[in-house]
Design a protein around this ligand. Structure first.
Ligand code: UDP
Length: 149
């Protein structure tokens, strides 16, 4: 099924110069970039985005971290992109993330795991709407589509 998902390079990934590498992996995979922007997350947006973790002990640190510098927010489109991008990203704890996954290759600790990706179709829709206005997303077809599908 054709889906859209929300992917974000976190402040540590931006500071470590990993935006290009991460974009490149999704591009080469064959997914379509529907929207992207470098932005500073407000405390309000951070608390809303991570609302499901409000009662967790790491919530305060997580909000401080995600607002500590610019993030690179993206929307990627493709068949089963929600589940596939979670595989590409790897386990939440980089120590458990497989080599070859983004966290497995580039991160060491759970608090600085460089990238976010929606974990379900429902959260993808919620997060895309939270971070992007409809007019910031572009609908187009990649030239190589028939070589991917
Ligand atoms: N996190 C943390 N400590 C923990 C669990 C999670 O700092 O013990 C952070 C981590 O950055 C993670 C984010 O909270 O990416 C959201 O957690 P979630 O369980 O939703 O993991 P994800 O979907 O990002 O893999």
């Amino acid at each position: 099924m054709m889906e859209k998902t929300f992917i974000m390079v976190k402040p540590d990934g931006v500071q470590r110069g990993l935006i290009g590498e991460i974009v490149s992996r999704f591009e080469k995979k064959g997914f379509v970039l529907a929207g992207a922007k470098l932005m500073q997350i407000s405390t309000e947006l951070a608390e809303e985005h991570y609302g499901e973790h409000k009662e967790r002990p790491f919530f305060g640190e997580l909000v401080d971290f995600i607002t500590s510098g610019p993030v690179f927010a993206m929307v990627w489109e493709g068949e089963d992109v929600v589940k596939t991008s979670r595989h590409m990203i790897g386990a939440t704890n980089p120590q458990e993330a497989n080599p070859g996954s983004i966290r497995g290759d580039y991160a060491v600790t759970v608090g600085k795991n460089i990238i976010h990706g929606s974990d379900s179709l429902e959260s993808a829709e919620r997060e895309i709407n939270l971070f992007f206005n409809g007019n910031e997303l572009v609908d187009y077809t990649r030239q190589d589509k028939t070589w991917i599908y």
